[in-house]
Design a protein around this ligand. Structure first.
Ligand code: IVH
Length: 691
């Protein structure tokens, strides 16, 4: 490699690694496996060693890792938070051992611990009280997340026993796998109910427990953090006082002061014992309730740790052995294509069932046409399946040497596998869509599931699986059919349902269930217009948009009659949403459907309290309500809306009036004065209405 080539390669690798660091530490959305990251980092390190002229101080090889998020106060660590050297091979581990022995002789022991896959935290205790908790940040300073850390039950606020007056304790904050599954599933349901497109849902879900824990710890609202049931293991005491002679003793001490220390550690006499520990947990790690990504090996005696000291980045007395993501080998049975509620197509590999990370895997995601092309998949190929902490396993590669001579290549379909309509792919997007939204079965079922969901029509007693069952049995074809279902039709009805892993179950509706469904359907007729509008599942018409449209137009007829410009001009609606609405109501089937729903008793207009007076006195004017008043702020906002005005959330040049109450914040006052916004009192506002 010549100088020019080396520079180019170093620049490319640095830029790539910086981006991955950003994705991992700041966005909490890793974009590469740990293994690949470490490989790239090592490649860069080797190049920089060979071409030291290109070793820059801001190279990713010269940093501990993370960066700092803006929202928290920065605190400098009393002892820098270093990372560990790591390896994936036994050979390199033996080299580490050799280096250690060369430096301190043979009279020492190692402690093997699990490498918890979470995020590092440093907590300071003064006189037995938790005073501060700081994330690793860039190793020198991190975010002060004390309030969030205090919500973690296993972290004591006050200590017991004989502890040093001032010390730092380091550990790992993590989320148990079960908690992750539960919370991520709830989040998925919530996003579905909010009407988020399914291809966007995958992006917004957390990728793995580490990711979720990290996202949680960086939240601004500690009350929310408390709901995330985070947990912590502590593994290192830093104190100017001597607490113990060895690391193992210090762990026992920490435990006696009230810290949660993992039981899974072992003092090892030699490398055979170290390797045995590593192999044991590689096998058993699925039985733990949390993720680990390797084992940390530390020299046990503090005096030896001191003799060994540190390199610029890592201690010479410790190393981590990282496990590779678990891979299984299986054979492709077929590729099927799932069609979602919005028509998004997801290719899925159906494979010969195989054990992987403690579960049986039958299906793995292939994401999209590009991924299929990248894998170059053929019929009955031998495939590598990996579960890197994500919920859905993925196919990471193909063993082409095992390919059948006459196998044919898997070709992405041009037409919808469910309804036969030609697929479309929007420019710049990786996903194909089936545009036949009015007649393609899975789209219809998906929309039906949305219609009955909690935030839409909230039909109690009726769940997604049942509604899909009713559809497949031919009992319902459109939303309107729900309203003619009878108890007799439902009671005793048997159907088959399928969960996300592709497992089929027989289900049946019993008497009580049938009764509840009928009751739930009847009760849904009371759901207000704005939610009915949301329930219709019109693209881009989520909860907030539906509410704005309902408040502005007041009746469905007015929305149908409105021109694209009239819709687009509603505050914060815009052309794209207007286009979708116009397209929806241009379809006579849809108009007929809503008319039928109306005649069945669903609310297709806003209902106003006859005691509330309404007018258009404030039409076109925007208001910001700030401070406290003789009536509640919500009541005041309602008055504004009922009289045609618009409430906004922040001060900007375009704001017409700021209604200033008692105890209005000084910043708002300053900003409003700077921007020359008209400020009025509650009395002046009321006077406007009496005109
Ligand atoms: S000891 C100077 N022990 O791994 C030694 N670290 O790659 C400090 N980690 O930043 C670290 N489990 O976030 C240590 N039992 C364990 C660990 C552990 C997980 C993390 C920690 C550290 C990273 C280093």
């Amino acid at each position: 490699m010549n100088l020019e080539e080396a520079k180019k390669q170093i620049d490319t690798l640095s830029a790539e690694l910086k981006q991955h660091n950003y994705n991992y530490y700041i966005l909490s959305q890793p974009s590469i496996s740990d293994f690949d990251f470490d490989q790239k980092l090592k490649e860069l390190e080797a190049l920089e060693k060979e071409f030291p002229v290109f070793l820059y101080p801001n190279s990713p090889t010269q940093k501990v890792g993370g960066d700092i998020t803006k929202n928290f106060q920065q605190v400098k660590h009393r002892y820098p938070m270093l990372s560990l050297g790591n390896t994936y091979s036994e050979e390199e581990l033996l080299e580490f051992d050799e280096r250690v022995r060369k430096s301190i002789g043979n009279e020492f022991t190692y402690v093997c611990e699990l490498k918890f896959d979470g995020l590092a935290i440093s907590i300071t205790y003064e006189n037995g009280k938790l005073v501060r908790a700081v994330t690793r940040g860039d190793g020198v300073q991190g975010d002060d997340v004390t309030n969030n850390v205090k919500t973690i039950r296993s972290i004591p606020h006050e200590l017991t026993g004989n502890f040093p007056a001032i010390f730092d304790i380091r550990g790992e904050i993590f989320m148990h796998r079960k908690t992750f599954d539960r919370l991520n599933n709830n989040l998925r349901k919530e996003l579905i109910e909010q009407g988020v497109d399914e291809d966007k849902i995958a992006e917004r879900l957390y990728k793995n427990p580490r990711n979720f824990a990290s996202g949680s710890l960086k939240m601004q609202d500690s009350k929310e953090v408390a709901k995330r049931s985070l947990d912590a293991f502590l593994y290192f005491v830093y104190s100017d006082q001597n607490v113990a002679e060895t690391h193992a003793e210090s762990l026992q001490m920490a435990s006696s002061w009230g810290f949660q220390v993992s039981d899974h550690f072992k003092v090892c006499q030699n490398m055979q014992e170290v390797m045995a520990f590593i192999n044991r947990y590689n096998k058993d790690r699925n039985q733990l309730s949390y993720d680990i990504d390797g084992v940390v090996i530390k020299v046990n005696e503090y005096k030896h740790q001191e003799d060994l000291g540190f390199t610029a980045k890592v201690p010479r007395w410790a190393i981590s052995y990282k496990y590779k993501a678990e891979t299984a080998i299986s054979k492709l049975r077929e590729v099927t294509y799932q069609v979602g509620r919005t028509g998004a197509i997801t290719p899925v590999a159906n494979i010969v069932p195989v054990q992987l990370a403690g579960t049986t895997v039958k299906r793995a995601s292939l994401y999209n046409a590009d991924e299929l092309e990248r894998l170059d998949l053929y019929d009955h190929d031998t495939v590598f399946v990996e579960k890197g902490g994500e919920i859905i396993p993925k196919i990471t590669g193909v063993d082409k040497s095992k390919r059948d001579l006459f196998a044919t290549k898997i070709v992405y379909p041009t037409h919808c596998p469910e309804c036969g309509t030609a697929l479309v792919r929007k420019e710049g997007e990786a996903i194909h869509y089936c545009p036949n939204d009015s007649h393609c079965t899975p789209q219809l079922i998906g929309r039906m599931e949305h219609f009955i969901s909690r935030r839409a029509m909230n039909i109690e007693g009726l769940g997604s699986e049942t509604v899909a069952g009713l559809f497949k049995k031919g009992l319902i074809q459109s939303y309107a059919d729900l309203y003619s279902l009878t108890y007799e039709q439902l009671n005793g009805l048997e159907f088959e349902s399928e969960d996300e892993a592709g497992n089929k179950k027989k289900r049946s509706i019993k008497e009580k269930g049938a009764e509840n469904i009928i009751k739930g359907i009847e009760a849904s007729k009371q759901v207000p217009f704005e939610r009915v509008l949301f329930a219709l599942g019109i693209r881009m018409v989520g909860e907030t948009v539906a509410k704005k449209l309902a408040q502005h137009f007041e009746t469905l007829d007015a929305i149908i009659a409105a021109s694209p410009e009239q819709i687009a001009n509603v505050y914060e609606i815009g052309e794209k949403i207007a286009e979708n609405l116009i397209r929806f109501f241009a379809d006579t089937d849809n108009v007929e459907l809503v008319k039928r729903l109306q005649s069945l008793g669903l609310k297709m207009a806003m209902e106003f309290d006859p005691n509330e007076s309404r007018s258009q006195l404030l039409a076109g004017k925007s208001f910001l309500v700030s401070g406290s008043f003789s009536i509640s702020r919500d009541e005041l906002k309602k008055l504004i809306e009922n009289n045609g005005g618009r409430n906004v959330g922040s001060i900007s040049k375009t704001l017409d009036y700021l209604i200033a109450g008692d105890k209005m914040g000084p910043e708002k006052l300053k900003k409003a004065t700077d921007l020359n916004i008209k400020m009025i009192s509650e009395e002046e506002f009321k006077a406007m209405l009496n005109h």
